[in-house]
Design a protein around this ligand. Sequence first.
Ligand code: TXA
Ligand code: MG
Length: 357
Amino acid sequence: TERIYIEDKEHPEEAKLKRAAQILKDGGLVAFPTETVYGLGANALEEEAAKKIYEAKGRPSDNPLIAHIADKEDLKPLVKQIPEAGVKLMEAFWPGPLTLIFPKSDLVPYGTTGGLDTVAVRMPNDPIASALIRLSGVPIAAPSANTSGRPSPTTADHVWQDMNGKIEMIIDGGAVGIGVESTIIDVSGEEPMILRPGAITQEMASKVLGQVVCLDPAIVSGPLKEDVKPKAPGMKYRHYAPKASLTLVEGDTKDVIETINRLAKEKLKEGFQVGIICTEESRESYRNGIIKSMGVRAKEDTIAHNLYGVLREFDDLEADFIYSESFSKDHLGQAIMNRLTKAAGYHIVKIQKEETL
Ligand code: TXA
Ligand code: MG
């Protein structure tokens, strides 16, 4: 696997990206940065190229890929029609961290959509990604560039850990900005619906559409039951999973700290490696295990940015048990808690205050 470096992200050297684009044109795989997470790119119009993605990631082939475009006009050939909600959302948020689901045209192979009659399309807001897609001249299918089941990569090093030897090239454009994957909104049905929360929040989408955009009930209902299948096939897997068993602890700050300290101490006594995920405000309050802060609690964008990196660090440290504080579910917090809850396999300890009479 060749690794190339882009020094000036705002003005990526065209000669370097041309070589990357040629690999994509020839049906190969190139990992590249986007504003959300690193993507593993291949020609979205070639079934064989999509197959290589599934192989490199070890991903179930019923899990569809997002087609990435560089210009809004490139959407048309990929879809049957563009519903009004889709028009409004792309006008408001493209380029940006928003993926839209449309009825697919015949141009898009079922190998890319995991057999579905819909296609997910996103126009990323990253100069390297845009230039690469434009130079390759085709839509680029790109899932997150991690091994299936591992946290999504937010640096080229993360990609290297998972993909070295399995793909042709990694474009290193430094750390990504946002750190969690794009918001997915399905506009192919009667009512628009959020299938995966992200940096384009429920409030933002609702404001643009002038109606409340609901979340897919299957992703808020907690433990995945057989009868509530998430509409984004990828959301049904225990994604973003660290190697350790992760437990989320919810409640008043003081109680959370006390509980995590107690649980950590117990596991340490039993001889396990224990990690704690906390915030700047609370880090001094923990005494046992390996303590990692995700940043200042009120700065949701920092928390989102650090989330996957921290989970990967605990993988590297071979933690057996991780205890994490919870976060507010407002705004970007919805995406943060969605990913954390899934990483925890819905294992949450809720500390309820006893009623005082
Ligand atoms: O931010 C992102 O979206 C990143 C960067 C690289 O652009 N990509 C990404 O791709 O997160 P991936 O493959 O890791 O996640 C795609 C999600 C999966 O949950 C998949 O099931 C869902 O999108 N998806 C794709 N096509 C779909 C469709 N036609 N209908 C419903 N869900 C779909
Ligand atoms: Mg992914």
